[in-house]
Ligand binder design. Sequence first.
Ligand code: HEC
Ligand code: HEC
Length: 327
Amino acid sequence: MNSQYLMIALGATVLSQAVQAADVLVPVNLPESKPGQYVHEAPTLDDLMADETINPELRKVILKGYDMFMNTQQFRGEYVFNDMNCKSCHMGEGRMNWSGPVWPAATTLPDYRGKNKHVNSLEERIAGCFSYSMNGRPPAYGSDDMLALAAYHQWLAKRAPVYERNIAGRGFSHLGKQIPGDVSYEKGKAIYESNCAICHGSDGAGQRKDGKVVFPPLWGDGAYNWGAGMTRVFTAASFIKNNMPLSKPGSLSDDEAWNVAWYINSQERPQDPRFTGDARETREQFIGFHKHTRYGTEVNGRVLGQHDNTGEKPFLKPDNLKPRTFE
Ligand code: HEC
Ligand code: HEC
């Protein structure tokens, strides 16, 4: 095991039953990297401030990208229509290995992406998380906001080899993709009630304090939509195993992580922007993705995703999610 520490800034917002401290360091036991893998140490904000070679104008733009990443809610109703910030899923400011570090997109793109079946740029990859994970509408390609976010990603990749794809701790999938055969809704519910509901709520809606999201929702209108990577049970299971419960990451067994991921992803959430009007049909059309989700399948007598609810978003699919071809 590879012990690292993750700073969790809960501050005064923490509920009395949960963690009491302000900024606390919690030990995180992370998987080992495999032989031959590239292990990246992403620079920190302190490194950025201390770097005298960096042009002050560039530093300003990177800092703006950082601020957008950490507090994406400032764009609520513009780019974001749910309760998420980028950092809600990309822990440790998007730097943490095994928690979906975001910098690999800056060194491995442009590349073909199966999800939208064309060659994607870094901006398009960022746009993907806006459209699905944030249930939103991405900033325009080439805009100041997109440039700032891209600059933050690129800077986190400092010194990483370009087009190296064998990267330790990338994404969220180290538990593998195969869902255990004995996974159960009821077991997942029990684990959820005793380990997660205290922060995320029994109804999965998360918690707010003074209008600010303190604990993000896991399902319902404020959560990631049916097209988001986190709806894949294996992705949620690995994320949860390494990062949750926030106060005690790594404390669940693999089996507990699978069951609770199964339970969370058996709940309703805003529609997949690729919806054709029929959830079973949409599932089949995007089966490469949805074979890992419960979308379009029957759970407790209802077909998940068979509804027109797009959450707070007044549209289904953002206009700037366009296919691209090189005919
Ligand atoms: C609800 C959780 C969630 C939120 C919120 C979220 N993401 Fe993601 N993000 C994911 C998942 C899941 C993946 C896919 C990781 C994998 O491949 O397993 C991903 C992948 C990425 C990648 C590609 C990383 C790589 O390895 O190539 C980038 C870049 C990224 N996200 C940026 C963002 C940005 C910027 C935001 C905010 C606008 C954001 N994400 C918000 C869940 C989220
Ligand atoms: C002490 C409070 C706390 C507990 C307990 C907790 N979480 Fe979280 N969870 C958070 C916070 C806060 C975030 C967002 C991280 C951030 O913004 O830095 C989060 C993020 C998440 C996310 C990704 C963002 C989203 O909303 O989709 C998932 C999934 C998740 N938690 C699942 C769980 C599960 C499953 C459990 C129980 C095993 C759990 N959490 C226990 C506080 C908690």
